[in-house]
Design a binder for this molecule. Sequence first.
Ligand code: ADP
Ligand code: ZN
Ligand code: MG
Length: 479
Amino acid sequence: MKYEAVIGLEIHSELKTQTKIFCGCATSFGADQNTHVCPVCLGLPGVLPVVNRKVVEFAIKAGLATNCTINQYSKFDRKNYYYPDLPKNFQTSQFDLPIAEHGSVEIEVDGVKKTVRLTRIHMEEDAGKLVHSGATIKDSDSSNVDYNRTGVPLIEIVSEPDMRSAAEARAYMEKIKSILEYIDVSNCRMEEGNLRADINVSLRPVGSEKLGTRTEMKNINSFKALEDAINYEIERQAEVLDDGGKIIQETRTWDADRGITLSMRSKEEAHDYRYMPEPDLPPIVTTSEEIEAYRKSLPELPDAKKHRLIDKLGLSEYDAGILTSTRAMADYFDKVVELGADPKSTANWMMGDLAKNLNAEGLTIEKSPIDPTRLAKMISLVEKGTISGKIAKTLFVEMWKDSSDPEKIVEAKGLVQITDSSAIEKIVLEVIEKNPKPVEEYRAGKKKAIGSLVGQVMKLTKGKANPQLVNKLLEEKLQ
Ligand code: ADP
Ligand code: ZN
Ligand code: MG
């Protein structure tokens, strides 16, 4: 391709505060329409907003976790526009003095690391939601407006146009999601709209420094839609340019069913919004001491955790990357290891049988029928030699269906490893007698031939013989 794609993301994340940003209404999702409302979030005349301290705290933490500078003097502004889901006819947001600026996060795609710069993070209120009578606005006779979401706190995280492919944009959004989960400021449930992105895409000739004209796709709320929309838009723009056309700066919508983007409206400029300082809210002043206290309160972040798993626990870069990709996964891993299990075995089980079973049933790790405690117990049964690694696979399947203690299942199902040599010896002799060919080969110096004999013994004992013991006995008897 003779063009280079340039991508910048504006990520909106709902913060998990109990109450809204400027009033005491609940933020919880899924309530009956217009039950979480009050004069303040409905924007009735004469009301005064009060900033929720938790929102400022969460926004500062998000800024610190993404290497931003925190602006000790920050303020709110009014962004004026008209839409039925916005009862005040302006959104209280931040314009020239956002809470955080100039950050960066690291991403990695196909083993290549890259830094994506953050322009800014600002706080704002979410708008309400239109509920159409039909499937889409076009085939609806009427629409209701639900103001429950009006005033739910948001942070908007704006990136520099530093990404060059759909895969990089996805890796960036995944990194932001995992950071927000780690610092526990957002539920990040994309299907509930907790986390959504506006994607800006432009093309430029390879080698050119100048940015091309961009289009913007709003409210993308899944990783698949993000990648598909970017890839589609890159192709569409390339075709337009190849035909000698010009890209129009506009807002387009992503139609997931048809897999295409459609023109929605021409792009608005900042001056269209008539930004003005919010007169009803005092500026937000944060001391350096407060900022340092927030910094100290941050937990270990994904990248730091990943490096700890590599450097201290000896995991591969790949394994460590996957195990730290979400907070839930990392917490699960930490718990199992804390309970005494070997980190490498834990990683193998989590990325192998556990991941496979979770995927097959469409479960997240929080809903795993095998919790960290039981997995740790199972791993310790292997380490103690009570069961073999092979039996552990069988035990895992049983544990998935049966919530009792692994020890109990081992007993009930008779899965205990046979470590009694006289019992194994009988089978070893039988196998030697029935398999003259590998025995012959082994005695002729082909030491590898013992493998198939070990396999036979394991088969006859249904995998319950201790493999080391089987090896030792076979070697003795073959002398
Ligand atoms: P808005 O879209 O609200 O007008 P900005 O002008 O700040 O706000 O840009 C928003 C996003 O668009 C940023 O993430 C920025 O990196 C990205 N962006 C700006 N110019 C381009 C471009 N030419 N190509 C791709 N992305 C761009
Ligand atoms: Zn309210
Ligand atoms: Mg934008």
